[in-house]
Design a protein around this ligand. Structure first.
Ligand code: HEM
Length: 201
């Protein structure tokens, strides 16, 4: 059997599940509010109850987003010339003939995804708290609705792309969400700089 290396700790796996499940519940209920979809409202026990659930799941999401910084922020901000090279060849997603530069623990696309998630996740959380807790501040609530909707649109594009890339499109990746470990050979191919720097070989 091939040697395994750990890419995510148990705490990281748990936090990712909390982030993912809360985000999916918020997206479904948010969709229900946006288009007044009766069926979605009934799934949550009516629109009034759905609003209460949406607010409190929002609290879970924002706390989980805060903890996610301990998992991914440091690696996401470590940018070097290999990331520029990765952008130039679009990560090899458009052609198999190009040479993709060696990547660290996260590839450039994953870094961008995390930074975008953190930024828009914070924007959607802060605007959500203002709408919920400061209903009397008309101007703030108005701006917050705009910010909440723009962030929602961006996340609704980014998250399904992430789900696809982290599962079907890249076999071997999904297991990180379950066991947190990957085969050493796989990691050496996908994240050689990480294996080298962390001396996992
Ligand atoms: C339920 C479907 C999902 C699947 C199958 C999935 C899968 C994964 C996997 C396997 C990783 C580890 C990648 C690696 O370390 O190389 C990962 C990382 C990550 N996930 Fe998810 N995820 C899902 C949902 C979500 C959601 C809803 C969010 C955000 C709210 C999210 C945010 C992240 C972030 C920020 C990372 C680290 C950066 C990255 O690897 O792109 N995930 N995910």
């Amino acid at each position: 059997m091939s040697k395994m290396v750990r890419k995510a700790s148990v705490a990281e796996i748990l936090n990712h599940w909390v982030l993912a499940i809360s985000c999916i519940l918020l997206s479904i209920s948010g969709f229900g509010f946006l288009f007044k979809i009766e069926f979605i409202g009934s799934l949550f026990g009516g629109f009034n109850l759905m609003k209460t659930i949406h607010n409190w799941v929002g609290v879970v999401f924002s706390v989980s987003l805060f903890f996610s910084m301990f998992n991914w922020l440091k690696d996401s901000l470590a940018f070097d010339s290999d990331d520029i090279g990765w952008i130039k060849v679009a990560g090899g997603y458009l052609s198999h003939k190009v040479k993709v530069p060696p990547m660290g623990k996260l590839n450039t696309g994953q870094k961008f995804y995390y930074v975008a998630l953190l930024f828009f996740g914070m924007a959607i959380s802060i605007s959500g708290y203002i709408i919920w807790l400061l209903p009397g501040s008309r101007n703030w609530v108005l701006i917050s609705h705009l910010l909440h909707n723009i962030s929602f649109d961006i996340l609704m594009i980014a998250i399904p792309v992430h789900m696809y890339l982290a599962s079907i499109a890249n076999p071997g990746t999904f297991r990180i969400m379950i066991s947190g470990t990957v085969p050493l050979e796989w990691a050496k191919k996908k994240h050689p700089k990480w294996i080298e720097e962390a001396k996992l070989d």
